[in-house]
Structures are given as C-alpha cells and as structure tokens.
Design a protein around this ligand. Structure first.
Ligand SMILES: *Cc1c(COP(=O)(O)O)cnc(C)c1O
Length: 381
C-alpha cells in the first residue's frame, strides 16, 4: 500500500503556470510579484505592512532584529515549538527563556511566561501551535504592563482566528511571522513573511532583508547624493524572496480558504473518530479561537507505549511524525545550560505525542486507513 506522508504541498497546474510565467517575465527576483504577494497576504490577514523573506526562520530573525533584541536581552518562548522559534533569539545574542505550555492547546501558558519576566526581558514569542492561536489577549496584557514586544510565530496559523480577528491583523502582536515551507498552509518552496502595523518596524525589516542597505533619499544619513547612491546603515542579510516564489505564493493564496476548509473537515473526522477512545487525546480548540489546523497531534494516554504505536503506524505506511521535542532538550541548548524538568507539562506532552497526517489532498480512503490502523494498534495493546 502506498505511503501516506504526514504532510505535503498541494501544487496545481495553475500554480505551475504562474511560476512559468514569472520565469518568462523580465524579472525573476525583486520584480512586481514580490509586492503583489505581500499586498495579498497583508490584506488577507488585515495587516498594514508585509515584508516577504526567504524563510519563516529569516522572518523570525528579522523580527527579533527589528524588535531591537541584542546581547543578553531575554526573550520568552514556549518550550514546545520548532527550534527556529528560539534560535532567532540566539542569532541576535539574546537569551531564550522557556515558558511551559497549556495542557489543552499546547500554546504558551501566560502564567508561566509571566513568572519569567525580569528587568532584562525584551520580548515574548507566542507560537500558534498546530494552527491554534496562543492566548494572545493575555500575552498582550502582560507585554503592555512590562513594556515587551510581542512577536507572534504564526508559521502554523495562516488563516486562523482569535476572538473574531484574523491572525496577523496586529491587534495583539507587534509582528506576526509566517512560513511558506512546503508543509505549511500555502507554499513558495521556502519562504516567509513578517506582518506588522508599525511603520518604523516595517522600514527596519525592509532594510534587514537587503543587507541593511537603503537607496531611499529620505532615509539616507548622507544627504544630497547622486541618483546611484546607496547606503548600508546596519548589518543585514540577503533574505529576499524571489519573484518566481512570489508568483507561486500568489497563486497558492487563491486556494488558501479551500485548503483550510478541507483541513477543518479532516480534523472534524479525526475528532469524531477518536472522541470515544479514552487512550487518545486530541488538542482542544477553545471557543473563541478558530484553528487553521497545520498539524494534528494526538496524545497517547497510556504510559510509555507511544513509540510502539508510532513504529507500528510507520510500518503500515502511515507517515506519522512528532511535533515537538522541547527545544531546550536539544543537545545545543543543553550545552547552553538548560536542564531536564524545566517545563514539566511540555515534557509530559512530548512523551505522549504523535502527529497524524494532515493535508488537503488526503482522501476519505486515506483517512479511514489512518484511523482504523491507529485504533487497531491501540486496542491491541
Ligand atoms: C516552519 C516553522 C518555522 C520556520 O519556518 P521555515 O520557513 O521552515 O524557516 C518557525 N516556527 C514554526 C513554529 C514552524 O513550524
């Protein structure tokens, strides 16, 4: 039987046509498609500004730079996320402080975050885990009271909603980052974006992705220079996204709502099927949130049997995965001094979790196969 991956991109003929057209155009990088894609995502999410970059990781790095994070600044991030959510702090010389997660949504626990605040804290990076927005209202209040910047890692959550507003609209966060990696809601191959409503931040981001260089007459430090003049004002990077990729992104945006709709249908099916199983716990979706469901992690509520179930599913061609190992348990972070036991709820979740396949093109047959195999394996234990 064919292998079912845990995630995969959905590329249609019109996507391929859009890319071919871009390749045949006058620009293959930094042409008109870049701004068009940025405008389309910004208006979808309800943000004033969008800056595209070449990955979600670059977006996080750019956001930390624009937040002014530098040597010894502390930044609070959840223990359960992809390593990039805290690596971006290290890129800037800052110190990640890991908060524990909420048991039902595995997003950052605001109470745990609050306890980590010191005089050195500069920012919080909540992660919209699996597509479910973090407790953004509470995070915003904590940030406002302590003068912190909020960088929302919405790599999982394009199209999600929180208390009636779209993730990325800037109501709760100074910056929101997106990823367009192949497994995310829409893809540009690799790619990312930072959304913000703040002009000062927007201007920093635009220069950061282009070596810290500007040609804008208004922004030059040296005035009255000839037309060719350009100025590097800080150390930036080449983090630009190409026209070819933006053409793909534009075409993918047309399908975003249908992708999300299908993801929600699949999750509804999974939840109905697992509802009666005591040994399987699904993530909660809080009443005021609408997850856009990037991944579907379940928790196995029988001690120490997760790996057996994981391996059995893999051997049946079902591409399960694991999201995530608590970041601070990685060898690199251990070397920096982080210790086991730092975030008990994150560690408990990690012991129990398995990610089941989730992507729009999963068929009804695929879904039945996944659910039946999971049930059979667990019931046989
Ligand atoms: C995918 C992801 C990123 C990084 O995005 P890339 O585009 O792969 O660099 C960051 N944070 C989270 C939570 C992610 O899932």
């Amino acid at each position: 039987m064919k292998n079912i991956p845990y995630a995969r991109q959905c590329i249609y003929p019109e996507d391929i046509r859009a890319v071919t057209d871009a390749l045949n155009s006058d620009y293959i990088t930094q042409g008109p498609k870049v701004a068009e894609f940025e405008d389309k995502v910004a208006s979808y999410c309800g943000a004033r500004y969008a800056v595209s970059v070449n990955s979600g990781t670059s977006a996080l790095h750019a956001a930390c730079f624009a937040a002014g994070i530098s040597s010894k600044d502390e930044v609070i991030t959840p223990a359960i996320s992809f390593a990039a959510s805290s690596n971006c702090v290290l890129y800037c010389g800052g110190i990640p402080k890991f908060a524990d997660v909420l048991e039902d949504t595995i997003t950052i626990d605001p109470a745990s975050a609050k306890k980590l605040i010191t005089k050195k804290t500069k920012a919080i990076i909540p992660v919209d885990f699996a597509g479910h927005p973090a407790e953004l209202d509470e995070i915003k209040k904590i940030a406002a009271r302590n003068g912190l910047i909020v960088i929302e890692d919405a790599a999982h959550a394009l199209g999600a909603e929180y208390k009636g507003s779209k993730v990325g609209c800037g109501k709760y966060s100074d910056m929101t980052i997106l990823s367009f990696h192949a497994v995310k809601h829409i893809t540009t191959g690799e790619g990312g974006m930072v959304l913000t409503n703040r002009k000062d931040i927007y201007e920093k981001l635009v220069m950061f992705r282009n070596h810290g260089i500007t040609r804008d007459k208004v922004k030059l430090i040296n005035k009255n220079k000839p037309a060719w003049f350009y100025e590097m004002q800080f150390l930036g990077f080449n983090y630009r996204l190409t026209d070819i990729q933006c053409a793909l992104g534009l075409s993918q945006m047309d399908k975003l709502n249908s992708f999300i709709k299908r993801r929600k249908e699949i999750v509804k099916f999974y939840k109905q099927e697992f509802d009666s199983m005591e040994k399987v716990m699904c993530l909660n979706e809080r009443g005021y949130a609408a997850s856009s469901w990037h991944i579907f992690p379940i928790q196995i509520m029988i001690a120490k049997r997760r790996d057996e179930i994981f391996n059995a599913l893999r051997s049946k061609g079902i591409g399960v995965n694991l999201h995530y190992i608590p970041i601070y348990l990685q060898p690199y972070y251990k070397k920096l001094g982080y210790k086991n036991g730092l975030c008990p709820r994150a560690e408990k979740y990690y012991e129990r979790t398995i990610t089941l396949p989730l992507y729009p093109q999963l068929s009804r047959g695929d879904l039945k196969r996944i659910v039946n195999a999971t049930k059979k394996i667990i019931d046989a234990l």
